[in-house]
Design a protein around this ligand. Structure first.
Ligand SMILES: Nc1ncnc2c1ncn2[C@@H]1O[C@H](COP(=O)(O)OP(=O)(O)OP(=O)(O)O)[C@@H](O)[C@H]1O
Length: 282
């Protein structure tokens, strides 16, 4: 068995970058982290199959944005599906706001890499589908207008989604996700198919909107830069089976994120070093 060079507790204590600027994200107390509680989660896809996840304990506070980073096959998507209630874990349990997760709910929504919009519908009709799924029937038009304006697509409301660029389609999918006012967004590499400029714009906008709306976000990514761009905290998974091998606050200000300042670059390097150490151990 491969031994971890650093225990998770040590990684949690890793100092922020050498830049002496004040941290915009106050480290949270464990007691705060009660909104999402993943307790002892383990998973195998079949009775005699390999263990994909083992002993996952993870607590997330309301309003926190957490990036789940790990190499391909470490079980990130599996964990996200379990948190969403789309899959039942072989062991352990997930609670959201104290309620045990047994099935999907409009209170927590998932967004995937492919925007999966209906091509025969307009942007507004697609955005309205989130409300339909959540069985919300009142004030639909006003809410659709509001979310399209939030994602900068107000002027595209009546356009067919096929006429949109990839980034605009992902904005429309994001509008659909937030229309029913979920509390928790589960994002599975939602920007990985986009070009770097579109991706950066969306990363900034999604973070800004999530913070404005007070959403809790769990973001699955391979991309350390994306984690620093978007998250308050990074949780690193090792693989074979997936375990939490690191958990660290991301210490950059909003201005650093937008400008990708020197401090941002240093934080990215710090996280990449941790990730390389952990990924190399799998
Ligand atoms: N439906 C399934 N049936 C059997 N095994 C599966 C299934 N889905 C995923 N796996 C296996 O579980 C492991 C974890 O997969 P998962 O997709 O959760 O990893 P990941 O970290 O999200 O990977 P990636 O970054 O490539 O998306 C992999 O070994 C994968 O082959």
């Amino acid at each position: 068995m491969v031994q971890l060079k650093s225990k998770p507790e040590n990684l949690r204590a890793v100092a922020p970058s050498a830049d002496t600027g004040t941290s915009p994200v106050a480290p949270r107390d464990e007691a705060d982290r009660r909104y999402v509680e993943v307790s002892g989660v383990g998973h195998s896809y079949s009775r005699n199959g390999p263990t994909v996840l083992r002993s996952i304990d993870l607590k997330i506070s309301a309003g926190e944005i957490v990036a789940l980073i790990g190499r391909s096959g470490s079980g990130k998507s599996t964990l996200l599906h379990i948190i969403s209630g789309l899959m039942k874990p072989s062991d352990g349990a997930v609670r959201i706001d104290g309620q045990r997760v047994e099935k999907p709910s409009p209170r927590w929504v998932m967004m995937f890499q492919a925007p999966s919009l209906y091509p025969w519908m307009t942007v507004a009709q697609n955005a309205g589908l989130g409300l339909k799924y959540a069985k919300k029937t009142e004030g639909v038009d006003a809410r659709v207008k509001e979310v399209l304006s939030l994602v900068d697509l107000a002027e595209f409301a009546d356009r067919n989604v096929q006429d949109l660029s990839g980034g605009q389609q992902q904005r429309a999918a994001f509008a659909r996700s937030i229309a029913p006012e979920p509390e928790l967004l589960l994002l599975d590499e939602p920007f990985s198919a986009l070009d770097i400029f579109t991706r950066r714009a969306l990363q900034n906008d999604v973070r800004e909107i999530a913070k404005r709306l007070g959403l809790t976000v769990v973001l699955v990514t391979h991309d350390v830069n994306e984690a620093v761009q978007m998250a308050d905290r990074a949780v690193l998974l090792s693989s074979g089976p997936g375990r939490i091998a690191g958990d660290t606050e991301i210490n950059v200000s909003e201005a650093d994120r937008v400008s990708q300042s020197k401090k941002f670059q240093m934080e990215t390097t710090r996280l990449r070093t941790l990730y390389t150490e952990i990924a190399g151990l799998g």
